[in-house]
Design a protein around this ligand. Structure first.
Ligand code: WTA
Length: 650
C-alpha cells in the first residue's frame, strides 16, 4: 500500500525470542555485544574490517587496494589473485578434512552418493580438464542446465577452477528461456543431462536443450550426463556423453590464479522489463560474503550436517548449497527431487537419516508442508536440528510458529535471511547466538552492511514508517554489473536514490532498529519464493497470436505467497473460452517455464489505463482480489472499463 511519500505497513507482531544461553555459548558470535563490536569495527574502518576477514581465504597473491569505489562500480581486493575452487576444496585437503564428506547427495528415487573433499577434488579436476579439452578457456562462458545432481556442483567448481564463467539455468525454465540465456552469455558449451527425477517422473532436459541450441550459434558442444537412462537423441559432432568425455582425463588440474574481480558466474533474474538481467558476480568479494555469512548466520561448524533445500539454479543454491558452505569446509546435503515425494514426510525423513543439524528452506515450502499436517514431521526424529533458516519472502507469523514448534521442537533459533540475487550473500538476518528474533522480521544488518529505509526523497524514514529499502555503502559480494549492459545496472539499481543501491523492496524499521521487509515495490512478483517480472509474463502472453494486450498482477496466495493473475484482451475475431485459457497458460509455460504459468486468466475487452497509456495495475490488483477499488482513479481513461471488469468476474 502506498501513501504520499512512503508505504503503509500493516503487520504488527510483538513476540520476541531470545537466543538460548546454551546456543550462544557455542556460537561463532556469542552475544549482542560481540555483534555490535563487529558492526562498530565495520563502521569505523570498512576497509580494515573486510581485509581482516579476507585474510581467512587463501590468496595466490595479495591485494593492493581493498575497495575501489567508483560509483556505481566497485572493485574489491584489487590486484589480488585467488581461486574459488581452491578455496572451496584444495585448502581443506591439507588437514583432516580430506576425508570429510563435502557433499551428501540423495536422488529422488533414493540413490545416495557421498563425495569427500578428496573425491570432490578429483572429480572437479577431471571435469576441468575435460572442459579444457573442448577448447574453453579462462573468460569463456559455459551454460549449465542440470537437475540437482552432484555433477552440477562439480561443473560449477570445475569452471571456477579454470576461470570459466558459469551461467546456471534452473531446470524449470523452458527451451525459449534457456535459449535467451545461452545467447545473452554467448556460451560455448552447454552441460545438461538425460533428465532428472521430479515427483516420480522424469523431467526431460535434453529435448529442451536441443530446441534451444538450434537458435544459439555460440554453442559448440553439448555435454550430457546420464542420469535417468532414458533414450535421448545425440547429435553427431555436437553432443557428447559426460562419461565418455571424462574418460582418461587426468585427475589433477591447476587452479588458475584469477583476479579478485574475475567474473565467477552470471545468474539471470527477473526485472521490471521483459528481458531478464544477467547478474554478474565476482571471485573474491563474492566468496568472502558467502563464506562469512555461512559462518555468522548459520553458525556453521565442522561438526554440522547442513542442508539447504534450494535448487542450485537459484542464487540461494549458489551461495548456500555450494560456495559458502564448502569455503568453510562444511558438509552440504543436496537433494534432487520434490519435497513431498513419495510422501509429504520426505524432507523430515532425510533430516532424520542424515542427522541434519542446520536446515534452510523457503516460507512457501514451510506453508505447503504445514498444510499437510503434523503427522508427517512427527514420524521422524528431528532432534538433530539445532538451527532453522528461511529465505525468499517474508515469513508470516503462523508459518514461523509452526516451523519453530513442530520442526524445531521449540528449541532451534530461526534465522529469517533477507537478501537478493544481486547482493550475493545474506544482508539482513539474525545471528543466532546474538540476536533476539521477532517472527516476521529479518531483524538486523550483517556486520559491514548498511541498509536503511528511506522515503521517496531518499530521506531516512521515521521509526515504523514504511519506505524503500536501500543499501548505503558498497559491500564485497555485491553484483558488479548486468552482463553486457552496464547502463542497465546503473539505471536499475543506482538511479532512484543517488549514491545508494536500491533493492526494489519496501520495508520499515521498528523502534529496535529491526527491519521488516514488506515485499517488492516494483513490477516484480514473488511467486513461491521466485522472482518473476510481470513484464516477462506479459511479453510471453502477447506473443500468442490470439492476444492483443495483457496485464499481469499478483494476488495473495496461501501457499505460493503470490498467485499470478493475467488480464488479457483478445484480437478481433478471437473468442474467449476455457480452451483458450488453457492454451495461453501452456504458451507461457513454453515461453518461460512452468513457474510463470498464470494461475488465473481473465479475458476483458479493455484494460484500465491512464490518459498517458499506462496500465493501472493497482486497479487490476484490487479487482484480482475482489477488493473495492480505493485510491485515486482520476487519471483513468475510461471509467466504464472498471465496471466492466467487475462484471466479468461474476
Ligand atoms: C524477497 C533470493 C522478505 C525480496 C535470495 C527480495 C525476502 C527478493 C526475503 C530477492 C526475506 C528474499 N524476507 N523478503 N527474508 N528474502 N526476499 O533474487 O523481495 O530470488 O528482493 O533472491 O526476495 O529474490 P532473489
Amino acid at each position: 500500500m502506498q501513501n504520499e511519500k512512503g508505504i503503509t505497513s500493516v503487520l504488527n507482531e510483538r513476540r520476541k525470542f531470545k537466543p538460548s544461553p546454551a546456543f550462544s555459548r557455542l556460537a561463532h558470535v556469542k552475544s549482542m555485544q560481540a555483534y555490535k563490536r563487529l558492526c562498530k569495527a565495520a563502521e569505523r574502518n570498512p576497509d580494515a574490517f573486510w581485509a581482516s576477514l579476507a585474510k581467512e581465504m587463501d590468496w595466490f597473491s595479495p591485494w593492493k587496494t581493498v575497495c575501489d569505489w567508483n560509483p556505481p562500480f566497485a572493485k574489491w581486493f584489487v590486484g589480488g589473485k585467488m581461486n574459488v575452487a581452491h578455496n572451496c576444496i584444495d585448502r581443506h585437503l591439507i588437514g583432516w578434512r580430506k576425508n570429510k564428506a563435502a557433499i551428501i547427495w540423495e536422488g529422488e528415487p533414493g540413490d545416495v552418493r557421498v563425495l569427500t573433499y578428496q573425491d570432490l577434488y578429483r572429480e572437479v579436476c577431471i571435469c576441468a580438464n575435460a572442459l579444457k579439452s573442448q577448447g574453453v578457456k579462462k573468460g569463456d562462458r559455459v551454460s549449465i542446465y542440470l537437475p540437482m545432481i552432484p555433477e552440477l556442483a562439480i561443473t560449477m567448481l570445475a569452471c571456477a577452477r579454470i576461470g570459466v564463467t558459469h551461467s546456471i539455468i534452473f531446470g524449470g525454465f523452458s527451451a525459449v528461456a534457456l535459449c535467451d540465456r545461452i545467447n545473452d552469455a554467448s556460451a560455448k558449451i552447454v552441460i545438461t543431462s538425460d533428465g532428472g527425477y521430479r515427483k516420480g517422473e522424469i523431467v526431460d532436459l535434453k529435448e529442451k536443450v536441443d530446441e534451444a541450441v538450434l537458435k544459439a550459434p555460440s554453442v559448440q558442444r553439448v555435454v550430457v550426463v546420464r542420469r535417468t537412462g532414458i533414450p535421448v537423441a545425440m547429435k553427431e559432432g555436437r553432443d557428447i556423453w559426460w562419461h565418455d568425455l571424462m574418460k582418461g582425463m587426468p585427475d589433477r588440474c591447476k587452479a588458475e590464479a584469477l583476479d579478485s574481480e574475475h567474473p565467477l558466474f552470471i545468474l539471470y533474474t527477473s526485472g521490471t522489463t521483459g528481458k531478464p538481467k544477467g547478474v554478474v558476480h565476482s571471485t573474491a568479494g563474492y566468496l568472502l560474503g558467502a563464506m562469512m555469512t555461512s559462518r555468522w548466520v548459520f553458525d556453521l561448524k565442522d561438526t554440522d550436517t547442513y542442508w539447504c533445500t534450494a535448487d542450485i539454479g537459484w542464487v540461494t543454491g549458489h551461495s548456500y548449497v555450494v560456495y559458502g558452505i564448502l569455503a568453510n569446509g562444511g558438509t552440504t546435503v543436496m537433494y534432487e527431487g520434490a519435497p513431498t515425494y513419495p510422501t509429504p514426510g520426505r524432507l523430515w525423513e532425510m533430516v532424520d537419516k542424515y542427522h541434519v543439524n542446520i536446515f534452510y528452506t523457503a516460507p512457501t515450502a514451510i506453508r505447503a508442508l504445514m498444510k499437510l499436517g503434523d503427522t508427517w514431521p512427527k514420524q521422524s526424529r528431528l532432534s538433530s536440528l539445532r538451527l532453522l533458516g528461511t529465505v525468499g519472502e517474508p515469513i508470516n507469523p503462523t508459518a514461523w510458529t509452526w516451523y519453530h514448534k513442530v520442526i524445531g521442537g521449540g528449541r532451534c533459533p530461526i534465522v529469517d535471511t533477507w537478501w537478493q540475487t544481486e547482493t550475493g550473500a545474506i544482508m539482513i538476518s539474525p545471528l543466532p547466538g546474538a540476536t533476539e528474533t521477532k517472527p516476521g522480521s529479518a531483524t538486523l544488518p550483517i556486520p559491514g552492511i548498511f541498509p536503511e529505509v528511506v522515503d521517496r526523497d531518499g530521506v531516512k524514514a521515521a521509526t515504523n514508517t514504511g519506505g524503500y529499502l536501500v543499501i548505503k555503502r558498497p559491500w564485497p559480494s555485491m553484483l558488479r554489473t548486468v552482463w553486457g549492459d552496464p547502463k542497465r545496472y546503473e539505471k536499475q539499481y543506482w538511479s532512484d536514490f543517488p549514491g545508494c543501491y536500491f533493492t526494489g523492496d519496501g520495508a520499515r524499521c521498528d523502534q529496535d532498529g529491526y527491519f521488516w521487509v514488506m515485499g517488492r515495490v516494483d513490477d516484480v512478483m514473488n511467486v513461491s519464493g521466485h522472482r518473476l517480472g510481470t513484464m516477462e509474463i506479459e511479453s510471453a502472453l502477447v506473443s500468442a497470436p490470439a492476444v492483443a494486450e495483457a496485464a499481469v498482477v499478483g494476488k495473495p496466495d496461501e501457499i505460493k505467497g503470490t498467485a499470478i493473475v493475467a488480464f488479457v484482451t483478445l484480437r478481433s475475431g478471437q473468442q474467449p473460452s476455457d480452451a483458450l485459457k488453457a492454451a495461453l497458460r501452456a504458451h507461457v509455460e513454453k515461453e518461460i517455464g512452468v513457474i510463470a504459468r498464470p494461475d488465473d486468466i481473465r479475458f476483458t475487452e479493455n484494460l484500465p489505463k491512464t490518459r498517458s497509456g499506462k496500465i493501472m495495475r493497482r486497479l487490476l490488483r484490487d479487482i484480482a482480489v475482489g477488493r473495492e477499488t480505493t485510491g485515486d482513479i482520476t487519471t483513468l481513461e475510461d471509467y466504464t472499463i472498471l465496471a466492466k471488469l467487475r462484471q466479468d468476474e461474476d
